[in-house]
Write a protein that binds this ligand. Structure first.
Ligand code: 0O2
Ligand code: 0O2
Length: 191
């Protein structure tokens, strides 16, 4: 497997999507701020891909089809309602095609994880012509990002597994974080 060549279209896709999606920080009228606070992106590491190949029994020549998040972009919003505004905006775009949507905002994962996931097919112009790659866009509030970042860090530092007691604590903290998000939304709606 030539990993350097494999990664090229994904590196390009992440770089392009970051530049394009960062414009959502601007308000539609061009003044003030839009629904987005900040945008980050990454190409999945080779080690992380190899770990997934083993865990999910994937075949190397089907990776581009079976792994939807080799290219990953994250859009952070301030309020919960802004997530849905961003999703609406993304649905109207013509520079990529949405293949799948997963709402883990209203349907949190058992861990407590919340985020809106959109899998897209994004065309990149390569030396050998157009190549469509899959990319995953995660849309979440700052609070959801705070929780997911810490939880991911703790889990990673403990070999991917947390004790049931710690996992339970984190799930409870996710509920508290979401309650904070909902209170902030209410204040915004009231003003
Ligand atoms: P700005 O306008 O200063 O925020 P790059 O593509 O090189 O710019 P890099 O190093 O690849 O960025 O990292 P990544 O993870 O894609 O994105 C990092 C961006 O997220 C940086 O923005 C950070 O400033 C921004 N960021 C991270 N945490 C926060 C946060 O809590 N609030 C805000 N507003 N931004 C955050 P840039 O690129 O420096 O642009
Ligand atoms: P990383 O390090 O973020 O790249 P699977 O990929 O099998 O776990 P599925 O259904 O294929 O699950 O994809 P899903 O659940 O739509 O998206 C998986 C990604 O969502 C993860 O990528 C994380 O980024 C995020 N995610 C999902 N569940 C959790 C969770 O409980 N905690 C945190 N912190 N993030 C979560 P990766 O590949 O696991 O990791």
């Amino acid at each position: 497997m030539n990993w350097d060549a494999f990664f090229i279209p994904y590196i390009q896709a992440v770089a392009e999507l970051k530049v394009k999606l960062r414009y959502l920080r601007l308000a539609p009228q061009g003044a003030g701020s839009g629904p987005v606070e900040f945008v980050t992106g990454r190409v999945k590491s080779r080690a992380s891909i190899e770990e997934k190949i083993v865990r999910r029994h994937l075949s190397e020549d089907r990776l581009a089809l079976d792994l939807q998040d080799i290219a990953g972009v994250r859009i952070m919003t301030r309020y919960v309602q802004d997530i849905y505004q961003v999703v609406e905006i993304l649905r109207k775009r013509t520079d990529f095609q949405i293949l799948e949507e997963r709402d883990y905002v209203m349907n949190a994962k058992p861990s407590g994880y919340r985020s809106y996931h959109i899998v897209i097919e994004y065309p990149v112009e390569t030396i050998s012509g157009e190549r469509k790659v899959l990319a995953e866009i995660q849309v979440r509030t700052l609070a959801m990002n705070f929780w997911a970042t810490i939880e991911h860090d703790l889990r990673y530092k403990h070999g991917g597994e947390l004790s049931p007691a710690v996992a339970e604590q984190l799930t409870q903290l996710s509920d508290e974080t979401f309650s904070l998000d909902q209170k902030m939304s209410e204040i915004k709606e009231e003003l």
